[in-house]
Design a protein around this ligand. Structure first.
Ligand SMILES: [Zn+2]
Ligand SMILES: [Zn+2]
Length: 397
């Protein structure tokens, strides 16, 4: 990693490690982040960064006003943990039974606090303002959209937003970047088919909802295979079918539950619309009553080209060209950061957290997941340099 005055600061590195261990030891579940938020707010106050606590005490927004009237850059970290019993055996393992930072949000929170500390030390030279978004509930109901609704992108108006996720597929000192579409939008759907029960030997007296369900399942697969370009990535999965009680009776009710994943808003509207229309029209053609309930989840995460170019340039400078990996495919998983990318030019990237030279380590959401803490300083260096680079842009450029 490229060194400068503050990355060589051994005290900062030690502070990052101890901050991360404190957060790791005291994880908060989604929607119960009050203790973590209180810890963050106290740290920001120590740094003399004014902050506001939002979403019933679960979220913190800090605002660091620089000297110039340049752009406003938002940096986001998710702060919640998972309902997992930790099995790492670490001396600083979780002290909350059944709750663990198994997705690295302890590292994200620490990196953002570290960036806040470094940037607050430069406040007299900053050509603009930096906002620090500590976001709850990434692992459950989502917090980004609720923070945006609570006004975090205004007063002052935010021009750009940056976020990162640690990724054990990469070694410490490596960065994964993806231009454009990065994570999918997710929608859930329930299809309830109502027909008429009868003895299995007298199907003509009933209306068989299992046969209707089979037709709907088949027809839905044609949305992807025949109506979406083979160059686009889209998924319609039905993961659960429930209907009937015994083998010799016509099922009067069958329910299908599934998910849809798409990579942009246009595709999302098209595929969710087609799933609804096909289910309803197949049902109609077979005389059954069909009710479709579409439950929207996270939006698509799409990196802005101009912000991506800044982040890519900084990454090459900070970790070296050979350590920047351009991911050629988007992921059909989801990320709550999506809502920032839909509102402002934004960029999300992956930060390596695996000890160099080791085999692929335990993955995220595993009870034995841990990180190489050297990634913390790399994360701080990248977010500080990204912020400084974006602050040199003119507003809205
Ligand atoms: Zn996660
Ligand atoms: Zn995560």
């Amino acid at each position: 990693m490229k060194q400068n005055e503050w990355t060589k600061d051994g005290a900062l590195k030690q502070k990052l490690i101890s901050t991360r261990r404190t957060i790791h030891q005291h994880p908060s579940l989604s929607c119960h982040e009050e203790p973590t938020a209180a810890f963050i707010a106290k740290r920001l106050e120590e740094l003399e960064i004014p902050c506001e606590v939002l979403l019933d005490g679960c979220s913190v927004v800090g605002t660091l006003q620089g000297k110039g009237d340049g752009p406003v850059v938002g940096l986001r970290a998710d702060i919640d943990a998972l309902p997992i019993q930790e099995e790492t055996g670490l001396e600083f393992a979780s002290q909350n039974p059944g709750v663990m930072h198994a997705c690295g949000h302890d590292a994200h929170t620490t990196i953002l606090l570290g960036a806040a500390e470094v940037l607050s030390g430069m406040r007299n030279e900053l050509n603009g303002t930096v906002k620090f978004f500590f976001q709850p509930a990434e692992e459950s109901i989502g917090g980004a959209q609720r923070m945006i609704e609570a006004g975090c992108l205004e007063n002052p108006h935010v021009d750009y937003v940056l976020g990162l996720h640690i990724n054990p597929a990469f070694e410490v000192g490596q960065v994964g970047l993806r231009r454009g579409k990065m994570y999918a939008a997710s929608d859930m759907f329930d299809i309830v088919i109502r027909g008429k029960g009868a003895h299995g030997a007298h199907p003509d007296e009933g209306l068989d909802t299992i046969v209707v369900a089979a037709n709907i399942v088949n027809a839905l697969q044609s949305v992807i295979s025949r109506r979406v370009s083979p160059f686009e990535s889209t998924i319609v999965t039905i993961g659960k079918i429930q209907g009937g009680t015994v083998r010799n009776q016509i099922a009067d009710r069958t329910e299908l539950n599934g998910i849809i994943r798409t990579l942009d808003l246009k595709q999302r509207a098209f595929v969710t619309g087609r799933v609804r229309e096909i289910a309803e029209s197949v049902g109609k053609g077979l005389d059954a009553s069909v009710e479709v309930n579409m439950i929207p989840s996270y939006g698509p995460t799409i990196n802005d080209d101009a912000v991506f170019d800044v982040v890519a340039d900084v990454a090459q400078r900070v970790v070296g060209e050979e350590n920047v990996f351009y991911e050629d495919r988007p992921e059909l998983g989801t990320e709550d950061f999506a809502y920032f990318t839909l509102e402002r030019p934004s960029c999300f990237f992956h930060l390596g957290c695996r000890t160099p030279g080791t085999e692929k380590q335990v993955d995220l959401h595993n009870s034995r997941f841990t990180i190489d803490e050297d990634c913390l300083m790399v994360g701080v260096a990248l977010q500080v340099e990204n912020t400084l680079a974006l602050l040199r842009h003119k507003k809205g450029e």
